[in-house]
Design a protein around this ligand. Structure first.
Ligand code: HAM
Length: 414
């Protein structure tokens, strides 16, 4: 038997209904914040992802040659594609541009619970400025989305990658090697970071000072420990968030983020119930447009890992009950099948979701099927009732039955 490829999943109807429902909540929330939806191709020229991250990214993505010998990659994320799209055709639009997207991403990772090779991101990019208002808008939207989904246990941590970049520069890390060090700090791989510092002749004491900063977590008091500029910026941001009713954020100077386009504020949300792969959202402020041939524009954005956040909700015991159909039409005998087809068609024409037995089941089995498809009512079509222009309608919840005239049938469902 052929299975779906490693790290990918099929979504069965119940799961798909659940996903669509929560997706619609995220869409609605983004619209409430004044963001508008966009879509970009699922594959891009590989160069788009190499430009910022370097050729090492090839180990982590799906990249291949197409039949025209072009280098193509399945997108591992959407920030670079959105900025490409901005430079290609949106750079003259009034700013800020507030864009959101929902779609699949592909990463060549080792699959485990909450980590897939094909996964879905719901993200937003706010293009046009890098100030506390813009960053607050992005974080407030992320917090609202997580709240609107109904996840109870999560934590939002805000850091500033500019602080660490400055510390590394002061310590003597050459700028072309800072990404390498930041990646180790992001994963809290201090021993490996120490080896890197050593190779750059940076003293252990200096390295320890940097490690200490990345382990600093807390409220606004933490901001006294960092540079005046970054400290007052984050203070303004936290105040702005409080004004927007986003209060339970933590300052964590160890939030570094794996992707290397961030310039200033960075943030992550995590759901502790998920264990190892607990990060449900990540983002920050960045500038990428100049790399793709446009003018330099500051942006801020984030992406929610849709699969992970649904997993976290499941872990919290949240149940989703699908809608089912309004009506399930059951012809009692072969001679009323055409009449039953007319009835189901009439209901559908009136905008009522209606299904019909096409397996020629006996009454009891057909009623079982009506339950299985989650029908609110069964519409039982029998010869005697039809002679009186009526059908029997059974409320599948209570089991109550009554005769209803065909002319009044649609009204029951309204
Ligand atoms: P990211 O942190 O790489 O950021 O991904 C965002 C979210 O996608 C993660 O927090 C995680 O929930 C989810 N995710 C990542 N990899 C996987 C995977 N293999 N399986 C399941 N879920 C995964 C970005 O992608 C940035 N583009 C976010 C951003 C937007 N920054 C600025 N604007």
């Amino acid at each position: 038997m052929i299975q779906c490829p490693r790290g990918t999943r099929d979504f069965l109807p119940d799961e798909m209904e659940r996903r669509r429902y929560y997706e619609s909540i995220l869409r609605r929330t983004a619209k409430i914040f004044g963001f508008r939806e966009i879509a970009t191709p699922i594959f891009e020229e590989t160069e788009l992802f190499i430009m910022r991250s370097g050729p090492n990214i090839l180990n982590e993505i799906y990249a291949f040659k197409d039949k025209g010998d072009r280098d193509i990659a399945l997108r591992p994320e959407l920030t670079a594609p959105v900025m490409r799209m901005f430079v290609n055709g949106m750079s003259n639009e009034p700013r800020p541009l507030k864009l959101f997207y929902f779609g699949q991403c592909f990463r060549y990772e080792r699959p485990q619970s909450g980590r897939y090779r094909e996964f879905f991101q719901f993200g937003a990019e706010l293009i046009g400025n890098a100030n506390a208002e813009a960053d607050a808008e992005a974080i407030a939207l992320a917090a609202s989305m997580i709240g609107a989904l109904g996840l109870n246990e999560y934590k939002i941590r805000i850091g500033h990658v500019g602080v660490l970049r400055a510390l590394l520069a002061d310590a003597g890390v050459p700028s072309e090697r800072s990404a390498e060090v930041l990646q180790k700090l992001d994963k809290k791989l201090y021993d490996e970071a120490r080896v890197l510092f050593g190779s750059m002749n940076i003293a252990d004491g200096v390295a320890d000072g940097i490690f200490k900063i990345t382990e600093t977590v807390g409220g606004k008091e933490v901001l006294d420990l960092i540079s005046e500029d970054a400290g007052s910026y984050l203070r303004e941001l936290v105040d702005m968030l409080a004004a927007m009713n986003v209060n339970d954020v933590e300052i964590d100077l160890g939030v570094v983020r794996g992707l290397d386009y961030y310039t200033g504020m960075v943030f992550e949300a995590e759901a502790p119930s998920l264990g190892a792969e607990k990060q449900i959202c990540g983002g920050g402020s960045y500038s990428l447009s100049e790399l793709f041939g446009g003018e330099k524009v500051f942006s801020t954005g984030f992406a929610i890992g849709f699969d992970r956040i649904l997993l976290a909700m499941e872990k919290e015991g949240q149940k989703f009950i699908g809608e089912g159909v309004d009506a399930y039409v059951v012809p009692v005998s072969d001679d009323v099948r055409t009449d039953a087809a007319k009835i189901v068609s009439m209901l559908r024409g009136a905008g009522i979701s209606a299904d019909i037995d096409i397996m020629r089941r006996k009454m009891a089995k057909a009623m079982k099927q009506a339950s299985a498809v989650g029908a609110r009512y069964a519409v039982i079509v029998g010869r005697n009732e039809l002679n009186e222009n009526s059908v029997t309608v059974r409320d599948m919840g209570t089991g109550d039955q009554k005769m209803v005239r065909l002319s009044e049938l649609s009204a029951i469902f309204k």
